[in-house]
Ligand binder design. Structure first.
Ligand code: HEM
Ligand code: HEM
Length: 174
């Protein structure tokens, strides 16, 4: 009996359908933006409290009472964030990668998130007291770049998608 080879669905799918799966649905977008806003806001407030609002104490400056709360919310958002960002890999990243759309800013974003994940891990488990302030700065300084890079990524990705759609229509595609 003859067996027929089937092409994998992402190769056979028309360009319009592939673009469709790169775009995130409203819930998915909200999840990405909410996790990012909570991470950046709690991180930035922690930096301000830590460096500008230390509370004077009997034995020198003490941490501000809100600092541990910022970290509690930040840690929870980091765990949720890793799920949400990871959920972009199978469709969003894979499809955009396949059609080479917005990949420079996509790779930059993934690289930045990797730096944050590794330095975040080190903040939890690297106990060395001398290294900790360095790891801390290597975490929060790139962290402040996240909103800028994400906004740039979204704007350039949407522009590339518009150009791609127009070019595809001109070629007589969907
Ligand atoms: C993928 C995203 C991120 C992950 C996985 C992550 C993870 C972590 C972890 C695990 C900690 C240690 C918490 C603790 O000591 O209780 C931490 C601390 C911190 N994070 Fe993030 N974070 C992320 C994004 C950000 C962003 C966007 C900012 C923005 C400024 C930021 C700023 C900070 C700050 C200021 C601290 C406290 C540093 C210290 O204790 O010295 N993080 N983060
Ligand atoms: C190599 C990796 C990546 C590539 C090639 C890529 C590519 C793209 C493209 C082409 C668009 C425009 C989609 C359209 O409007 O049709 C886009 C939008 C977007 N990307 Fe990425 N991306 C990557 C990684 C990421 C990561 C890691 C995040 C999250 C932190 C992310 C978040 C977003 C968001 C929120 C949008 C706007 C929502 C939308 O247009 O549906 N991307 N990306």
């Amino acid at each position: 009996m003859e067996t027929r080879m089937t092409t994998s669905s992402h190769i056979a799918a028309p360009a319009a359908a592939r673009s469709e799966t790169i775009r995130l649905g409203p819930w998915h977008q909200s999840a990405v933006y909410t996790a990012t806003v909570v991470l950046v806001a709690t991180g930035a407030v922690w930096v301000v409290l830590h460096y500008f609002f230390a509370v004077p104490g009997e034995y020198g400056p003490q941490v501000h009472p809100l600092e541990p709360w910022m970290l509690k919310v930040h840690g929870a958002a980091a765990m949720a964030g890793l799920i949400v960002y990871g959920s972009l890999l199978p469709l969003h990243v894979r499809r955009a990668w396949t059609i080479r759309r917005n990949i420079v800013l996509g790779i930059a974003l993934i690289g930045l998130l990797l730096v944050l994940t590794i330095t975040g891990y080190l903040l939890y488990y690297a106990g060395d007291e001398e290294l900790r302030p360095l790891v801390s700065a290597a975490h929060w300084i790139p962290g402040l770049v996240v909103p800028i890079l994400l906004a740039w990524h979204v704007i350039s990705g949407k522009a590339a998608a518009r150009v791609g759609t127009v070019a595809n229509r001109r070629r007589g595609g969907a």
